[in-house]
Design a protein around this ligand. Structure first.
Ligand code: ZN
Length: 338
């Protein structure tokens, strides 16, 4: 199979939002993959058949060439099209990098529309900061763009393991929006660190040990010192634990050393000062660990400990009731075996 994009030989590409066709065509001259592949990519079929160009998702330019959409602090549901995570894109001289694709293909198409309102340059990379649905469900909207999909070395296996449960469990709240969702695995798996060249700026992408999940990835735009850290940092929205609470504490220490000026957290404000923005997440994890260690030491059963752990944090976070018991349950199992 031929390579669909040569970063050293960028060609301006533009996707027709009405037909989903790549207007440049040359980039696919070697193989008509996007069209040939359509039967197994239902999301792309619908994207290509969309009659109307979608409304661009609102984005704020938080630093030169760095655009962020602030997600709603909410659960994913049909009424918000799954648009609950912070997402971004960075525009360079050679093209664009997208950071997370949103919680539905509909949201992904609106990201694409927002990019096209800013630039005609090709979309070179679509990066997923981790496996969670609000960050990856929009991937299929970019399948025809020719972009390289970038993810943690563990992301493909994590998506494979959760594919059935993600598609089934989200249908209850997302309804027909789920028909289009295809969990696309990365085509570039990051072992430790890679540098992505956008022409006049470099993006440093790092794969982290297990923390929020076992596939957390961060992206640092060197030109502006903007760090996209996915759900390694939460603000306002209660943190959610799907990896290792002890690992996450360690990763926050290492993360704090990154030379950033500002951070785009996975949820919360579009931009926050670095590294101060780490503190609320750290405080929450510390409270969870301290309370659960005490419960384990005192022989308090899980059912009781999960109700009381990190209670001091309850008033500080939105959606605390939705996530804290689940976090405490996961952390208890880890701390019980320390
Ligand atoms: Zn997450």
């Amino acid at each position: 199979m031929c390579r669909r994009f040569d970063p050293d030989r960028p060609e301006p590409a533009r996707l027709d939002l009405k037909t989903g066709r790549d207007l440049t065509r040359r980039r696919f001259a070697c193989l008509a993959l996007p069209l040939v592949a359509l039967p197994w990519l239902p999301g792309v079929v619908l994207a290509a058949g969309a009659e109307e160009a979608p409304d661009p998702l609102p984005f704020e330019e938080i630093a030169p060439g760095v655009f962020v959409h602030r997600g709603a602090i909410d659960l994913m549901r049909a009424s918000n099209e799954g648009a609950i995570a912070n997402l971004g894109f960075v525009v360079g001289a050679k093209g664009v990098a997208v950071i997370d694709s949103g919680g539905s293909v509909a949201e992904g198409r609106r990201i694409l529309a927002a990019i096209r309102a800013v630039t005609d340059r090709p979309i070179l990379y679509v990066l997923n900061t981790h496996m969670h649905p609000d960050h990856v469900f929009g991937n299929a909207a970019f399948a025809a763009s020719g972009a390289v999909f970038v993810g943690h070395r563990n992301l493909a296996a994590a998506l494979d393991a959760r594919r059935a449960s993600y598609l089934a469990s989200n249908r209850e709240l997302m309804g027909a929006l789920m028909d289009e969702v295809v969990l696309l695995a990365p085509t570039l798996a990051v072992e430790r660190e890679v540098s992505l060249d956008l022409g006049d700026r470099r993006l440093i992408v790092k794969a982290w040990p297990t923390a929020h999940t076992n596939n957390d990835l961060t992206l640092l735009d060197e030109a502006t010192g903007t760090l996209f850290c996915g759900d390694l940092v939460f603000l306002d929205h209660c943190p959610t634990l799907d990896g290792s609470v002890l690992g996450w504490q360690k990763v926050l220490d290492a993360l704090a050393a990154l030379p950033a000026a500002r951070v785009v957290p996975g949820h919360g404000p579009a931009s926050a000062p670095w590294p101060d923005a780490i503190e609320p997440t750290r405080r929450y994890l510390d409270a969870l660990v301290t309370d659960l260690r005490k419960a384990v030491a005192e022989g308090v059963p899980l059912s009781e400990a999960a109700q009381t752990a990190a209670a001091s944090e309850a008033a500080r976070w939105q959606l605390f009731e939705d996530y804290n018991t689940r976090n405490a349950t996961a952390a208890f199992a880890e701390l019980e075996w320390e």
